[in-house]
Design a binder for this molecule. Structure first.
Ligand SMILES: CC(C)(COP(=O)(O)OP(=O)(O)OC[C@H]1O[C@@H](n2cnc3c(N)ncnc32)[C@H](O)[C@@H]1OP(=O)(O)O)[C@@H](O)C(=O)NCCC(=O)NCCS
Length: 147
């Protein structure tokens, strides 16, 4: 029998700034992001500070055995939660992304309407969106909205 690791979701704090910065500027993360520009440290700290004070934003880190393996975010706009996720480069391809996003939606967004915007050529994220029960709309600028 395959034993699945337990994944713990906790709120992000300023102590996570360095990890989130590294994950955000990872080349694969940038390629699959809507904004592909690298982020500067000062801008990142300003973004995180603002994010932690936003009542419409949920920002979590997933940990396995106390080690952060990824981050997931939801932004509420007009009652719809837009999801975004990233797994630490060294933790990819192990099932953590799918576990993290499904657990986040189940624990933190139960019953909410969710969407995710996914660029073409990101099969792992498409598989995660499918597992959430979402379907892709038509692609615009190489990006489809899954709802
Ligand atoms: C996309 C990302 C979050 C996926 O997380 P992950 O932990 O690597 O993915 P998982 O191991 O949970 O795999 C999820 C599914 O994708 C599939 N998958 C994983 N890597 C894949 C790859 N390189 N190519 C094709 N399928 C892949 C898995 O088989 C799994 O599908 P299944 O459950 O149907 O078998 C992660 O790779 C990442 O952070 N990438 C860079 C940033 C990014 O793309 N963010 C998302 C923007 S929408």
């Amino acid at each position: 029998m395959k034993i699945l690791p337990t994944l713990n979701l906790r709120s992000v704090s300023m102590d996570d700034a360095q990890a989130l910065f590294l994950w955000r500027n990872d080349p694969d993360t940038r390629r699959n992001s809507i904004n592909t520009e690298p982020v500067a440290w000062e801008g990142h700290v300003a973004w995180l500070t603002k994010s932690l004070g936003m009542p419409t934003r949920k920002l979590y880190v997933a940990e396995v055995g106390g080690t952060p393996v990824g981050t997931v975010r939801a932004d509420n706009e007009n009652g719809i939660e837009e999801l975004s996720w990233t797994v630490a480069p060294e933790a990819r391809g192990k099932g953590f992304g799918k576990m993290m996003v499904l657990q986040f939606v189940q624990e933190k967004l139960r019953g909410e309407k969710i969407i995710a915007r996914i660029k073409d050529g990101n099969p792992a994220s498409a598989a995660i969106a499918k597992a959430l029960g979402l379907s892709p709309g038509p692609a615009e600028d190489n990006t489809a909205t899954w709802r």
